[in-house]
Design a protein around this ligand. Structure first.
Ligand code: HEM
Length: 415
């Protein structure tokens, strides 16, 4: 296959960081898939500093079965990230823990993120979705849904969950974007956002604990659950609570922003999918899952080999970095027939890898579903059509979060 004039021989693994590839990586994965695992990709894990840290050369794993094998085998492939641990950015809870610490933390966090508890947030999420649409969406004029709605809704949900003033939505947004490398920010600014976020959460958690001890019931259901949840006599330490706030901010706000943008892009660019959804609201779950496969936000995450191990044709050495390309697994034609077509009746759509696989599978998936379902439902109630206007621009900064930089549409009213 030829992509932008590339023949299979010309395209090499080190070019996966080219902006044109980041904007539309799938055809490039196809060029490399048969040779995967390949060595020689250099890119930045979340929390590291382009311009300060030096990325390690790593293996690239593209086939569905290999991606699943790496993600599943948490003993041979560690989630601890020495680059991030050495960097000045805070390291994340769970995401960067191996067992046994991971087991302990996940037990407590699973009680906090229990789907039934997340479901109780639905009325407030609906209220925030409606208010944010009222604020940013107008009829019959061009609206860049990335600039406002998709950027702000997940940050507002986070602010609510932590009991922060809603006016801090932009701060949450800035902290998440700086950490997740999805914008071209210089190292000093990135560092300043990390420090600001950690200081804020340190003070905020201190105050929240003080108020709870005084018998008050402060706002912030997720933060309160982090503070109060006890599992088998065990609870989170102060430091762990602060880092969980940081983790939920960066793991939850940025990914969901990009996901909501990708979902609205599906509605705008594939009008037959919008029409089908308008005719039958019950199709939402099929659309949700297929959008996660078709345009999953995190395209790749890293692991580090804890021992020498053979994966397909690759002899991976202990200490080697391995980039697990969830986004490429989602387009593996051996698992997903005709992967470039968006299908509502794809029987195995739920096998998408966009929430990861194995012990690190996304803990916030029920919350992401809540925000997406509420968004889609209210779009359907309010508008007859969502028309693409001008060109959608995919961001070309990082494969960590595949999504749009600009997503201009026009909303047309129901008659
Ligand atoms: C569409 C939105 C989202 C996507 C695509 C997504 C994707 C992912 C992926 C791929 C992982 C696995 C990481 C790995 O294997 O190293 C993960 C883990 C995680 N996610 Fe999400 N996520 C989303 C939303 C959220 C939200 C809203 C939250 C919380 C507020 C959240 C919290 C977490 C946490 C805490 C983990 C770590 C789990 C562990 O390591 O045990 N995510 N997510």
């Amino acid at each position: 296959m030829d992509v932008a004039g590339q023949s299979q021989d010309a395209f090499t693994v080190d070019r996966l960081t080219d902006p044109e590839v980041i904007r539309n990586p799938y055809p490039y994965y196809d060029l490399l898939r048969a040779q995967s695992p390949l060595f020689g990709y250099r890119d930045f894990p979340p929390g590291t500093m382009p311009g300060v840290d030096e990325p390690k050369p790593s293996w690239v794993v593209l086939n569905f079965d290999d991606v699943a094998a790496v993600a599943w085998d948490h003993e041979s492939f560690s989630s601890r990230d020495s680059l991030q641990e050495e960097s000045s950015a805070p390291s994340l809870m769970l995401v960067n823990h191996d067992r046994p610490e991971h087991t302990r933390l996940r037990k407590i966090a699973s009680a906090v993120f229990r789907p039934s508890s997340i479901q109780t947030l639905a009325p407030e999420v609906d209220r925030l979705v409606a208010a944010t649409m009222d604020e940013y969406f107008a009829l019959d004029v061009e609206v860049d849904v990335m600039a406002d709605y998709c950027a702000m809704l997940p940050s507002r949900v986070m602010a609510h969950l932590f009991g922060m003033p809603i006016e801090m939505d932009r701060d949450v947004r800035n902290w998440a974007t700086a950490f997740m490398l999805s914008a071209d920010i210089d190292p000093e600014e990135r560092q300043a956002f990390n420090v600001e976020a950690m200081e804020f959460f340190h003070n905020h958690v201190t105050e929240q604990i003080r108020r709870i001890e005084l018998g008050e019931k402060p706002d912030g259901p997720l933060l309160n659950a982090f503070i109060e949840t006890v599992v088998e006599g065990d609870r989170l330490t102060f430091e762990e609570i602060v880092r969980f706030c940081m983790t939920a901010t960066v793991a939850g706000a940025e990914t969901t922003s990009f996901y909501l943008g990708n979902l609205i892009a599906v509605f705008a660019d594939l009008p037959e999918i919008w029409d089908a959804y308008v005719a039958d609201a019950g199709l939402f779950d099929a659309i949700y899952k297929e959008t996660l496969r078709y345009h999953g936000p995190p395209q790749r995450l890293f692991r580090v080999a804890t021992r020498d191990i053979t994966l397909g044709s690759a002899d991976i050495k202990r200490g080697d970095w391995v980039a697990c390309f969830f986004g490429a697994a989602n387009y593996d034609p051996l698992v997903f027939e005709d992967p470039y077509s968006f299908r509502l009746n794809r029987e195995n759509a739920a096998r998408h890898m966009s929430f990861g696989y194995g012990i690190h599978r996304c803990l916030g998936a029920p919350l992401a579903h809540l925000e997406a379902e509420s968004t889609a439902r209210m779009l359907r109630e309010r508008y007859a059509r969502i028309e693409r206007v001008g060109a959608a621009e995919w961001q070309g900064v990082s494969l960590l979060n595949h999504g749009l930089a600009r997503n201009p549409v026009i909303f047309r009213a129901r008659k």
